[in-house]
Design a protein around this ligand. Structure first.
Ligand code: ZN
Length: 262
């Protein structure tokens, strides 16, 4: 149907600048939330010279290229992570719109993915997952399941509870068995949030992908002596990666896995 096709391409075209703009805001969240700074005031400023950044120097991706990656006033380099987060967010928004269309569920998923992006970079920098990004977002996931029935509310509640319990039990076990902290309270809240948005099945896929990715990367980094056995690698970014993989390919992964047994 040509009508469907044009709506799809139109929404895909709109999703990219929307994702870039939101990504620009997520950069602000990543910097300010762990520092307990207001998200609204003051306006954007250079972390080096504290000079205000004009709107025309604050256009996602474009300004970074235009300014050759440097502050207009003090010429301090702008971290490559700023355009990375903007591009990543735009890519996730495009994928979500192409995959799920323009629906109420898509709106909830865009919020979910945005929160995961912020959590990933805050956890990498500070090794914390603020409650405002995990615990506080769980009710929004449950609300989404009530409104869209995807996942059904019972699956979402089960996902939130089992997700929290799973990480909690493994954390306690690891502490007893290896006398080392493996996952923290932030990871408990994060997997619970993933369960609330995706339901318990895709929550389990998220966790399995996160453990597989986290374990293989850790082993590779230890084997190549980039890290020592004592170094702590934050688990939040792997859970976020796992959730994105589960969202876009989880049902195919489940089919493949069950196919192995018959
Ligand atoms: Zn500057």
């Amino acid at each position: 149907m040509p009508v469907d096709l044009s709506l799809k391409s139109l929404s895909a075209i709109v999703s990219v600048p929307l994702g870039l703009a939101v990504g620009s805001f997520l950069n602000v969240c990543i910097w300010r939330i762990p520092r307990n700074e207001s998200l609204a005031f003051p306006g954007s400023h250079c972390p080096q010279c504290n000079g205000p950044i004009a709107w025309y120097d604050n256009i996602p991706l474009v300004s970074f290229v235009w300014l050759a990656g440097r502050c207009r006033r003090c010429k301090a380099p702008i971290h490559w992570r700023y355009p990375l987060v903007e591009g990543l967010t735009a890519g996730l928004y495009l994928m979500t719109v192409l995959h799920f269309g323009v629906t109420v569920r898509t709106a909830f998923l865009l919020l979910f993915l945005s929160v995961l992006v912020v959590i990933t970079f805050i956890d990498l920098d500070h090794k914390i997952i603020p409650h405002i990004l995990s615990l506080a977002v769980i009710p929004i996931g449950l609300l989404g399941s009530i409104l869209t029935y995807d996942p059904p509310p019972r699956d979402a509640v089960t996902g939130a509870l089992v997700g929290a319990g799973l990480v909690y039990l493994i954390a306690v076990y690891a502490e007893v068995a290896f006398q080392q902290e493996s996952m923290g309270g932030g990871d408990v809240n994060l997997l619970s949030m993933v369960g609330a948005f995706l339901g318990w099945r895709l929550m389990l896929v998220s966790f399995a992908v996160a453990v597989a990715a986290g374990a293989s990367l850790s082993l590779a980094l230890i084997a190549s002596r980039v890290l020592s056995r004592k170094d702590q690698i934050p688990f939040g970014p792997f859970l976020a990666l796992g959730a994105a993989v589960a969202l876009f390919g989880g049902n195919r992964l489940i089919d493949w896995y069950l196919g192995l047994f018959g």
